[in-house]
Design a protein around this ligand. Sequence first.
Ligand code: ZN
Length: 269
Amino acid sequence: MTLKFPRLPIAEGTADKVLRELGFDRLPIDPTAIALNKEIFVQPAPSEMTGFSGMLAQYDTQFGIMFATHIESEGFRRFSIAHELGHYYLPGHVEQVLANGAHKSRAGFGSSDPYEQEADFFASALLMPERLLKPILNQHDDGLELVHAISDQCVSSLTAAAVRYARVSRSAVAVVVSRDNEVEFCLFSEAMKEAKVRWLKRGTPLPSGTLTSRFAEDVAKIAGAKSDSYSVDLSDWFECPASHTVTEDVIGLGSYGKVLTVIYSSRLT
Ligand SMILES: [Zn+2]
């Protein structure tokens, strides 16, 4: 069977089951320790190997994970290992992704392949389990402040932390990652979906006049990981049935050349 759509509840639920079975109940979660528990070898790739995040290979009954090192980020490496564990644990993945030998991944929510998407959502639930995020969600205000707190305590990239925040928050949250003034991906929290807001497809230009579209013009701000915040009407960003004043937080993702935007309101009423 080949998947047409990612099964996000299965991806996230499987990650939760793995953590419970192994008794992992403190942050940060160590994905290498989870691999070793299954006697999966984990090793770094040479830094000249680029264009991928990680690799899963099988020799007889033995599995091995190789993670990319060309990007200097602990969060990226941990996410890459967790993504490969997703291919190992998720139903139907080994048969599909290892059908033609070792599997090379591009982790990080940029892929339209449902297997890659499931492995990404497995990885984010594995490294940022909902029950361990609850105290962080309760202690911090919505928006980038919360994303930073999740990223710090879970040792995850800001993008992964923002995506996970949108998956577990009860607030209305939209996460948009863009590059060169175009949307790479956009993800909504449940409260945002309930307000019948239309999300933006990959490749859509950033809505003109928004803080993010002005911020994206400034390469130095992106490279310097600067941030900014402004209040905005939700309808300036998305097609939606009603007008809502929300907050738009934006931060440059440094060497990635990307921009992360978090648009949020505690409730849309
Ligand atoms: Zn993959």
